[in-house]
Write a protein that binds this ligand. Structure first.
Ligand SMILES: *[C@@H]1O[C@H](CO)[C@@H](O)[C@H](O)[C@H]1NC(C)=O
Ligand SMILES: *[C@@H]1O[C@H](CO)[C@@H](O)[C@H](O)[C@H]1NC(C)=O
Length: 283
């Protein structure tokens, strides 16, 4: 009986830890091409080779691309792939994120000729249609927080922060004022001017479509811009997985509190009984 409880607690601790590292690994969006390849063909080998090369590369750099030429012995198409980690991630976190993204791509886009997946901390894409170095401002995912959120003051601050973001000229941009924070990230295959154009578009759309929301996320195909008032970005994605992590953390906190409480009572009681025994023995 007690054994079962222990196993349950260990599992909950593990999943709560998963929730912590899930900060950079929580899911944002994913999409797959309609066209599928035949399993067990050269195409599948190429996809696996390409994605593995991306994972390996992520252990030492935040961005890379790869192009796999078809081998003469196979009829497989040319395959293109890239990954982009958020600019502030260490190599260690970047590679863990890319590994996670590739593994989720394998499930989400099973046998799909192309696929793309964005986690909180990284983006991975592969396809047999070339997309490397091609600017693409297609809106992929938009999310806005509660629309009555910002006061006019906060909104002015938000606009300032976004203007700073736009004025910066890196592939990864971060800006903040007061409790308003914003980040933008381009994929590394864009030229500086393409990145600038992409980020500007994302910011314009953020302001237009999220209005006075307390937070907003605008993901275009090759860049994104996000802002939030008074909180971390990861907490702002109101999807179920984060919710579950929160729930697990709460439950865990309550459980640990309970266990600690019970343990304290037991220690106290045994201490009391020892004191009592000594007392009796002493008499
Ligand atoms: C990509 O692969 C699919 C399936 O093998 C094929 O139908 C399609 O023509 C390929 N596209 C290119 C650009 O090679
Ligand atoms: C692709 O990667 C190679 C080698 O890392 C690099 O030289 C090239 O500029 C990259 N191309 C793009 C479009 O990012």
């Amino acid at each position: 009986m007690a054994h079962h409880h222990l196993v349950l607690i260990i599992m909950m601790v593990l999943s709560a830890m998963g929730g912590c590292s899930g900060d950079t690994e929580s899911f944002i969006f994913g999409g797959c091409s309609q066209v599928k390849f035949m399993p067990g063909t050269a195409y599948e080998n190429s996809v696996n080779t390409l994605l593995t090369s991306l994972i390996n590369s992520a252990t030492f750099t935040n961005y890379n691309n790869n192009t796999l030429q078809p081998t003469p012995s196979s009829s497989s198409a040319t395959l293109y792939g890239l990954y982009q980690c958020r600019g502030d991630l260490s190599n260690d976190r970047c590679s863990r994120c890319v590994e996670r993204a590739v593994s989720q791509l394998g499930t989400l886009c099973l046998d799909a000729c192309g696929g793309a997946l964005q986690l909180e901390g990284c983006f991975v894409k592969y396809d047999n249609v070339s997309f490397l170095g091609v600017e693409d401002k297609t809106a992929v995912m938009k999310k806005c927080g509660p629309s009555i959120g910002l006061t006019s003051d906060a909104m002015a601050r938000r606009d300032d922060v976004l203007a700073n973001l736009e004025a910066s000229d890196n592939t990864y941009r971060k800006s903040g004022s007061g409790n308003v924070l914003a980040v933008a990230q381009c994929t590394g295959d864009l030229s500086p001017s393409e990145c600038q154009d992409c980020v500007s578009t994302a910011i314009q759309r953020l302001k237009m479509e999220c209005g006075a929301s307390t937070w907003g996320d605008m993901y275009l195909a090759k860049c994104y811009a996000r802002y939030s008032e008074g909180g971390s970005y990861s907490r702002n994605t109101n999807d179920d997985s984060n919710h579950n992590d929160d729930e697990i953390e709460k439950t865990l906190a309550i459980l640990i509190g309970l266990i600690a409480g019970v343990a304290l009572i037991i220690v106290f009681l045994s201490f009391l009984s020892k004191v009592c025994e000594k007392h009796k023995g002493g008499k």
